[in-house]
Ligand binder design. Structure first.
Ligand code: HDE
Length: 679
């Protein structure tokens, strides 16, 4: 509990304290409390004889171990979480009676679990995939879960198709290949034959699905919800989460290779930065739509394959989320957390969005199966406000309800626990009007699958378009079925001829003679390059050879740290590296343990004499960094290395002339992060 030592505990942390056990320095016992004298030898009949069944110590230890795993989530299996809090900027009383959105002085504890959708629990973390962005707000009036993704739209419109989508994206069942990837036949077959996916397909082929860090990606509630105020007025709402550091992504070549260099890349980034006090920060925003404007747009506001363009319906920023504490135990907290879009509080309500409606069943259903009947009692899941009801028993019941009465209505306990009306804080469903025949049908207003896909394409910068074309070419290039490849190109041709032509050429398909979408609208907010970015927490690999300029390098390191960058000292071997002026620096990574993939930029400080090994390794680091468009800086003595590779004077390649100017120029280059002109 690092953060607690510094700050006062919030209510959730106080609650968790009761369940935390520390074992260091304690006597080893069984779960029944019996002190154990030997934990290494089973009880045998003679020292070469069989184990005796009476060995209760062995039996308990092994039986518990045999049951250590619970089923992994059927989707979003690999995930990583942290605690934090939400600060409201100003009361949202006008819009909602949600208790946690009333008073800016009250901080709401929360837990976030980031995840990958398709892979199993052990999948590498830089695969191209949607990232889950799910928040549990522990409000004073119960838990509100915002179970979102880092992409604002979804593949399908009706949740009954979710099992089909997931069967298509998961590894193919006959050979269980490929793990956590969309680059295979069944996935693209699904997309081509369920054309409502067209818009989402554009998003997942963009750089959004290979984020640089959980701390540098957006979150979206995706579904349309309602906000309801004290006067009973309801408005439609979409939730947004925007990272304070801005948006950054990996590039595809890098993402694939990082999978090998560090398959825990994202969790390591989050965990390490929180440990260092570089807390992850985001702002919570809402798009609010008056009920009377429900039919004002050329898309249906209940259709989860559509965004509400920010230029038409602005995002109002209402507060800040800070992740400031790592979990103590990943299983107890991150694995057992049960996030559910159906967990809403007074002041928030559902819309008729058919994707949301089905989700409301699925999450708690899977949690009853995955975690158990009493999953809501677990420390990570229980609310911070009092909770009382007549639900009883079930496997692993933890609470001991003392009362005789477990039914409603009763006279023996004066009908307690008692219900309260809306005016006293009871949850009252918003009485929206519904009418219609029972039908299995999709609304006509859900039929346009291509306009927003085209708008997304129109909104991309040339670099982003290039990446999307490349991503489609890669993914479809992995598809074996010529027919599926062609079907996807046929679909792309309805979005953009330029896109379809590029991809068709790359994968040996033909461009069909269909009309591309005529939509000319764009939404600048969709481009990754239109957010303000900061250099903070980016990593600079600092390669130093013995005899490097001690005084100048120390100055650079100081300046870069002050700008929020994280220098990592790299040398042939671990230990220390010695420079001039008596400067000695601790080596963080050797060429062997490090990798140019893991730094956001590189600086090289050479000495008068440069060993062949240093030259060789440095060159390979520089070439990889250059190919990934990242900044490269060099001391005067190291400049010949860059010259020998032929990159002196190229964009984002800086050689020190004057220490002060160089330190600053390098910070600017790190802020830019990618020098696409090199392409
Ligand atoms: Fe989920 N989803 N989902 N999903 N989802 C689950 O619930 C489901 C959808 C999302 O970190 C499951 O507890 C259906 C959209 C996240 O624990 C399951 C549909 C969005 C997480 C489930 C969707 C999401 C899940 C699996 C179609 C973005 C991880 C384990 C309507 C708004 C939460 C679990 C965590 C997890 C069902 C679509 C986000 C099976 C039926 C749209 C972030 O219940």
């Amino acid at each position: 509990m690092k953060k607690n030592e510094e700050n006062k505990m919030n209510k959730k942390e106080q609650q968790l304290q009761q369940f935390i056990r520390e074992n260091e320095g304690e006597i080893l016992t069984s779960n029944e409390g019996v002190k154990i004298s030997d934990d290494e030898n089973s009880l045998n009949a003679g020292d070469r004889g069989p184990t005796l069944i009476e060995d209760f110590i062995f039996r308990e230890k092994m039986a518990h171990f045999d049951r250590e795993r619970i089923p992994e989530r059927v989707v979003h299996a690999r995930g990583y979480g942290a605690y934090g809090e939400f600060e409201l900027y100003a009361s949202q009383k006008e819009l909602t009676m949600a208790n946690f959105l009333q008073n800016p002085a009250v901080k709401t504890p929360l837990f976030i679990r980031f995840s990958q959708v398709a892979g199993s629990k052990g999948v590498n973390e830089t695969n191209r995939d949607v990232r889950g962005f799910a928040i549990k707000f522990y409000t004073e009036e119960g838990n509100f879960d915002l179970v979102g993704n880092n992409i604002p739209v979804f593949f399908i419109q009706d949740s009954i198709k979710f099992p089909d989508l997931i069967h298509a994206v998961k590894p193919e069942p006959n050979n269980e290949i490929p793990q956590g990837q969309t680059a295979h036949d069944t996935f693209w077959d699904f997309i081509a034959n369920n054309q409502e996916s067209a818009h989402m397909a554009m998003w997942i082929m963009s750089d959004r699905t290979i984020p640089r860090s959980f701390r540098m990606m957006q979150g979206f509630g995706v579904n349309t919800f309602r906000l309801v105020n004290e006067q009973g007025k309801s408005r439609f709402v979409k939730f947004h989460i925007k990272p304070v550091l801005g948006l950054r992504s990996l590039i595809w070549d890098e993402a694939q290779k990082i999978g090998g260099a560090d398959s825990d890349y994202h969790r390591r980034d989050l965990w390490t930065n929180i440990e260092k006090g570089n807390y992850a920060e985001y702002e919570l925003g809402i798009q609010v739509l008056e009920e009377e404007d429900e039919f004002k747009y050329d898309f249906d506001i209940l259709d989860a394959t559509k965004i509400w363009p920010e230029e038409d319906i602005p995002v109002k920023i209402i507060g800040k989320i800070t992740l400031n504490r790592n979990v103590d135990n990943v299983f107890a907290e991150t694995e057992q957390v049960a996030l559910h879009p159906g967990n809403i509080v007074r002041g928030i309500d559902f819309s008729n969005d058919p994707l949301l409606q089905g989700r409301l069943f699925s999450y708690s259903d899977t949690q009853f199966y995955r975690v158990g009947t009493n999953h809501q009692e677990l420390p990570i899941n229980r609310p911070i406000c009092p909770f009382h009801n007549n639900q009883r028993d079930g496997a692993a019941r933890y609470i001991i309800d003392k009362d005789r009465i477990a039914y409603h209505k009763n006279s023996l306990a004066e009908n307690t626990p008692y219900t309260v009306p809306g005016s006293k804080g009871g949850f009252v469903t918003y009485p929206s009007f519904v009418e219609g025949r029972k039908v299995r049908a999709t609304a006509k207003s859900f039929e346009d699958h291509f306009s927003q896909a085209r708008m997304f394409w129109n909104s991309m910068s040339p670099i982003e378009k290039d990446h999307i074309m490349h991503a489609f070419s890669f993914e479809l290039g992995k598809v074996q079925s010529v027919s599926v490849r062609q079907q996807v190109v046929n679909m792309l041709a309805r979005i953009s001829t330029e896109l379809a032509t590029y991809v068709a050429k790359a994968i040996g398909a033909i461009v069909p003679n269909v009309q591309e979408s005529q939509v000319t609208k764009s939404s600048p907010a969709l481009s990754l390059f239109n957010t303000k970015v900061f250099p903070n927490t980016l990593k600079v690999g600092v390669i130093l050879e013995t005899g490097f300029n001690g005084r100048e390098t120390s100055y650079f390191l100081e300046q870069w740290k002050q700008a929020g960058l994280q220098p990592v000292i790299i040398h042939d071997e671990l230990g220390v590296v010695r420079g001039t002026d008596g400067v000695e620096l601790k080596v963080d990574d050797s060429f062997l343990t490090g990798s140019p993939l893991l730094y956001d930029g590189l600086y090289i400080g050479a000495g008068q004499d440069v060993s062949d090994n240093f030259l060789w390794k440095t060159k390979s680091y520089v070439i990889e960094t250059y190919n990934h468009f990242k900044p490269i800086g060099a001391s005067k003595l190291a400049a010949p290395i860059l010259q020998s590779i032929g990159i002196l004077g190229k964009p984002g390649v800086l050689v020190e002339q004057n220490p002060t100017t160089f330190a600053n120029q390098f910070i600017e280059a790190m802020t830019i992060h990618r020098f696409w002109q090199r392409a």
